[in-house]
Design a protein around this ligand. Structure first.
Ligand SMILES: Nc1ncnc2c1ncn2[C@@H]1O[C@H](COP(=O)(O)OP(=O)(O)OP(=O)(O)O)[C@@H](O)[C@H]1O
Ligand SMILES: [Mg+2]
Length: 460
């Protein structure tokens, strides 16, 4: 046959050792052999077990039973030391005359169990897919345009523009004062575009030291500069590939970097700092700023050609003081959110408080409104928010300048009298919760005089 006796013996010896979970005993149930994998399972590392009764090593072994009865056991279910279930075959070893020499017991992990396991995995995979799609849907809802509260026509117009341009690749410049919702809009554009499954990457150009901004944006190769992370680093543009990048506070970018950015936007490829090769990128660019970029262009601080590149569509978000109509809806959103995060029971906000809000100019815009609602809610804990809960805001309104309608600082005695009069009338109206008879009484004037003065000061 061409096979040497030694070769056959060598293979046989190793074959036995390589058998899955197997044990061999002599006719008295003393252990003769345990295969490598079974030893590992049992935690046996030397040969001390040889000659020992099998029950000392495997207390629930049924080998003694097989020897006693002469009945082989095929397809038995056996509980392993680690509580796993296994299929077990216990076969009598006989010589040529049929004399029993011992037992060979082999175990395989139960197919039922494997089957059940794979079914469980399949079920979990499906559940995972369902949860993933639910999360995706929720994310879309949270960031979508519908989550942007708006009753004002100016906001409604902006939302209409967003719906039209979200799915096109055009660059968008979002301008507006701090806290007006520039990032909220940027997020909504991303979520409403076909890119929503890829990343939305935001970088604040003002928050990163000027000399590091380039490598943050475009990444760098190994050893590009001292202090660089070994192996290089991927930049925000690469990270956003297939998705959207928000270049926040773009007005803060140096002129040098502006020209590099312009090249990237024209060529649609980037070069890592210290790298030689170019990398193709497909990124939707949204920029935002609360600076007057046109002014920066005029004064030579911002490249005109870049300005036109990033500003294919401009969304200018009006400050809150120009859209008081949005306040009630915003309050509702914030009260709901604050109740959930702080575990409170605020049930709403009344007209007296909403009126007060109309007399404030909200320099911090929607962010400030949220903080104001939060502060009052945390103090109140339960019930409807009323004007009295905003004492802290009243102080601000009447200390740091008067309501927006009377913006000029008073110069003449008449001016001062006017401002003081307006302030008193507003306070009285707020305290009387809009009841004009009571307010007039408190001011010691009659109702019609109050009406005249309200008209004069533009108080509604
Ligand atoms: N229309 C809106 N509906 C609900 N929440 C809003 C709305 N607009 C803004 N917000 C909330 O107001 C806060 C400020 O919004 P955002 O961060 O988008 O402002 P921003 O214009 O980017 O401000 P900054 O210029 O300071 O970066 C956030 O908490 C945001 O969730
Ligand atoms: Mg922002």
């Amino acid at each position: 046959m061409g096979l040497s006796k030694e070769k056959i013996e060598n293979i046989m010896k190793h074959a036995v050792n390589s058998m899955p979970l197997s044990i061999i005993t002599d006719e008295n149930a003393n252990v003769v052999f345990i295969s490598r994998s079974y030893k590992e399972l049992l935690g046996i590392y030397d040969d001390d077990y040889i000659g020992k009764p099998v029950l000392e090593i495997i207390p629930n072994s049924r080998i003694p039973y097989v020897l006693r009865t002469g009945n082989e056991i095929i397809g038995d279910i056996f509980v392993l030391k680690n509580q796993d279930l296994a299929f077990c075959n216990r076969i009598l070893i006989k010589d040529d005359e049929g004399k029993v020499l011992g037992v060979l017991s082999t175990l395989t992990l139960g197919m039922d169990q494997v089957d059940a396991m794979s079914k469980t995995i399949e079920k979990l995979k499906n559940e995972n897919l369902i949860y993933k799609s639910k999360i995706k849907k929720l994310r879309k809802e949270i960031y979508s345009i519908d989550s942007i509260a708006s009753n004002s026509t100016s906001m409604q117009k902006l939302k209409n523009v967003v719906e039209k341009i979200a799915d096109s690749p055009v660059s968008v410049l979002i301008t507006g004062e701090t806290g007006t919702g520039k990032e909220v809009f940027a997020n909504a554009i991303h979520m409403m575009s076909g890119r929503y499954e890829n990343k939305f990457v935001k970088i604040n150009c003002a928050a990163i030291p000027k000399d590091l901004l380039e490598s943050e944006l475009f990444g760098y190769e190994d050893g590009a500069f001292s202090g660089a992370v070994k192996g290089g680093k991927i930049g925000k543009f690469e990270l956003a590939n297939g998705g959207t990048i928000l270049l926040d506070e773009i007005g803060e970018m140096s002129l040098e970097l502006q020209s590099k950015l312009l090249r990237v936007l024209q060529e649609r490829e980037i070069e890592r700092v210290g790298g030689l090769k170019t990398i193709k990128i497909d990124v939707r660019v949204i920029s935002s700023t609360n600076q007057n970029i046109e002014e920066l262009v005029r004064t030579g601080k911002f490249r005109e050609d870049l300005y036109y590149r990033i500003n294919v569509v401009e969304l200018n978000i009006p400050p809150l003081r120009e859209r008081y109509e949005d306040i009630p809806a915003l309050c509702e959103i914030f009260i709901d959110k604050i109740n959930r995060t702080h575990g409170l029971g605020i049930s709403g906000i009344d007209v007296s408080a909403l009126k007060l809000f109309r007399n404030y100019n909200w320099p911090g815009n929607i962010r400030e409104l949220e903080h104001v609602i939060e502060r009052a809610s945390v103090m109140k804990k339960i019930g409807v928010l009323e004007v009295d809960d905003f004492e802290f805001l009243m102080k601000k309104i009447f200390k740091n300048g008067e309501p927006p309608a009377a913006a000029e600082s008073p110069k003449t005695l008449d001016d001062i009298r006017d401002v003081a009069e307006k302030e008193l009338i507003i306070k009285a109206l707020l305290t009387s919760k809009g009841n004009k008879t009571k307010a007039a009484e408190a001011l010691g004037i009659n109702r019609s005089v109050l009406y005249d003065k309200m008209k004069k000061h533009g108080i509604d």
